[in-house]
Ligand binder design. Structure first.
Ligand code: SF4
Length: 635
């Protein structure tokens, strides 16, 4: 049944050289597919080998890559994602963001698994990829437009409502370091500042459209596998909550557990949590579900604000990170105003997580009397003062006045102002998400070691919320591994889920379902790969691919100078216990968990560098040679 043909993939990589406006189509090799699977794996391996150490993230040497996986476009019920990757202008390290929607499938139908963009255009353009053809179109008329206006203008110009568009907004054009690339209007690949990379190349949009199709290796086996996944998803206890509320349901749950980021992580519980919750959205605002391509859950929702000052505001989402960021983190109890703020952010094209950190950081400084109004162009950033939040969002996006100070992220803002560094909540330059790691110890470890900075999506050890010691014993031989306030076994927990997430992100299936609901194990991933691509892999071989991806990402960071000393959390989470609720009196005992983690990973516990033996076992001989050339202290 299995032939040498590579099923599942479109089979070609599109390489675009903007210095010369040249296009190359490269055949996708089976070797690359077997080593990295797709999406995140394809991108990070190219980033490691093709983008030299220390390049200017906003210079022409940086490469912007978009890749999807073998599953996208097959009709698999949760397979519609892609990764965008480059060297990050925000952190100077790995820039990477994963997004759903409809672009990934369309990219395959247009004939490509990956787009690699090199160089820099000498004028604003947008790139139109259709059925293997590439057009460079003038973007003078749309440069400067917001995401929604540019989206409409492109669809009008192309007279095709089925095109899928990745766009940047004014924030990216102004080189805001946490600007994103927006797919399907409000699905952002916004972490790590990739919008600014796209703007630095003078690209306003990438548009794809195709009439191709994706052929799977074993149609009957694929059908059986899909039926099994459907049954598992539909009968899962989390199906309806996820379908009705998406991740917005997390806000009220986080309040119950005492892990909210309220008022810049000073209030883990808030009495108005229900007023701004996913449950409230479902009751009063949501009008319709929306899904990514071929999704059976559809977890996204359209909302309308029906009353009050912001009546008529409508849009898609929000997910928990946006909802928590524009409500509890900045001390705002007005859901209508939060939805308005999220819409403004999306239209200007900025990452809501980083924006919520810089604004709540300023609010805490202001509350403590460490910054005054004259330093902030007269702004009055009291907790929940949404009129000034609206102003500040625009000031950041257009780099006006005080907004310019915040536009490079919280680390840079603390340096420029010469204050507030100890309460600037980031890891490796990437701002913290909306959950307090003092009440989620595995997440805390995950933030500290994640390859792109303070990020939950590299490991997402959701299972520790089960608080089921039997499960911990069964899966990791440690009862505490699956207790959210436990410490022992977290190294094994995070390593396992980092490896699974690397597979999920490379097959480009939805983590919300595949990983959070434990639908995809290494064993099932091996079956999926087999029926889709025809490649035969054992469960152990799939796990090794996940490990390889995590290790090449670590090697990339190591080459850029990252060591164990950088795997840290902000002091508040290590030294100041949560003051109330079910997580009270807890801090993150990071060092103990880190020691276990490095041991499980096979990384040197002194330096955090992968050992040579580990890299060789993963088939990364050339990485070892490269690190030696860069005088990295290997052992
Ligand atoms: S669960 Fe939500 S994010 Fe995941 S594929 Fe479905 S619609 Fe997209």
């Amino acid at each position: 049944m299995i032939s040498s043909k590579l099923y599942g993939y479109a089979g070609e990589i599109l390489r675009i050289d903007l210095e010369n406006f040249e296009v190359r189509r490269e055949k996708l090799s089976k070797e690359l597919a077997k080593k990295y699977l797709g999406g995140r794996g394809f991108n990070v391996s190219k980033l490691y080998y093709e983008v030299p150490k220390g390049v200017d993230p906003l210079g022409s040497e940086n490469k912007l890559m978009i890749a999807t996986g073998p599953v996208a476009g097959t009709g698999f019920p949760i397979g519609a994602r892609l990764n965008v990757t480059a060297r990050s202008p925000q952190t100077g390290l790995l820039g990477d963001s994963n997004v759903g929607g409809h672009f990934a499938a369309e990219l395959k139908y247009a004939g490509f698994d990956q787009i690699v963009i090199e160089g820099r255009s000498n004028k604003p353009i947008y790139i139109y990829v259709h059925d293997k053809e590439v057009e460079f179109r003038d973007a003078d008329g749309i440069w400067g437009l917001t995401i929604s206006k540019a989206y409409d203008a492109i669809r009008r110009e192309l007279k095709d409502w089925r095109v899928q568009i990745a766009l940047i907004g004014p924030a990216a054009e102004n080189m805001v370091k946490f600007s994103g690339i927006f797919f399907n209007l409000s699905r952002p690949a916004a972490r790590t500042g990739l919008g600014a990379v796209m703007a630095s190349k003078n690209i306003k949009a990438i548009v794809v459209r195709g009439d191709g199709y994706v052929e799977v290796a074993d149609p009957k086996g694929f059908e059986r596998f899909v039926e099994e996944v459907e049954e598992e998803v539909y009968s899962h206890v989390q199906y309806w909550p996820r379908r009705i509320m998406g991740t917005s349901r997390i806000l009220l749950a986080a309040n119950r557990l005492g892990i909210l980021p309220g008022k810049h992580f000073t209030k883990a519980i808030l009495d108005y949590a229900f007023k701004v919750s996913g449950e409230m959205l479902a009751l009063k605002y949501n009008v319709k579900n929306r899904g990514c391509f071929s999704c059976i859950v559809p977890c996204s929702r359209f909302f309308i604000v029906k009353n009050g000052r912001f009546a008529g505001t409508f849009g898609e989402g929000p997910e928990y990170e946006a909802l928590g960021g524009m409500t509890v983190r900045i001390g705002n109890s007005d859901l209508n105003a939060a939805l308005k703020a999220i819409n403004i952010l999306n239209d200007l094209g900025m990452d809501v997580i980083s924006t919520s950190e810089v604004i709540s950081w300023v609010m805490e400084l202001y509350e403590k009397g460490l910054i005054n109004r004259s330093e902030m162009d007269g702004l009055d950033p009291r907790w929940g003062n949404m009129d000034d939040v609206f102003k500040l969002i625009e000031m950041i996006a257009y780099r006006r006045g005080f907004g310019d100070i915040l536009a490079d992220g919280v680390v840079s803002a603390a340096k420029k102002l010469g204050k507030g560094y100890e309460i600037a909540f980031h890891v490796k330059g990437l701002e913290m998400i909306q959950a307090d790691p003092r009440g989620l110890k595995g997440y805390g470890l995950g933030f500290a070691v994640a390859s792109r900075g303070a990020d939950h999506l590299r490991s997402e050890p959701f299972i520790e919320l089960s608080d089921d010691p039997e499960l911990g014993e069964k899966m990791f031989g440690e009862r505490e591994a699956t207790l959210r306030l436990g410490i022992r076994g977290k190294g094994k927990l995070v390593t396992y889920y980092e490896n699974i997430c690397a597979i999920v992100d490379s097959l480009e299936i939805c983590k919300n379902i595949a990983e959070n609901m434990d639908i995809i194990t290494f064993d099932k991933a091996a079956r999926l790969i087999n029926v889709v691509t025809g490649i035969d892999l054992t469960s152990d071989e799939v796990a090794r691919i996940g490990e390889r991806i995590v290790n090449i990402e670590r090697a990339y960071l190591v080459r850029e100078g990252v060591r164990r000393k950088d795997d840290v959390l902000p002091t508040r989470f290590l030294k100041e216990p949560i003051s109330e609720g079910p997580s009270a009196n807890h801090v993150v005992e990071l060092e103990e968990m880190l020691n276990e983690y490095y041991g499980v990973r096979g990384w040197d516990p002194e330096t955090g560098i992968p050992r040579v033996k580990k890299l060789l076992k993963l088939g990364l001989e050339d990485v070892v040679e490269d690190l030696k050339k860069h005088n990295v202290e290997l052992n």
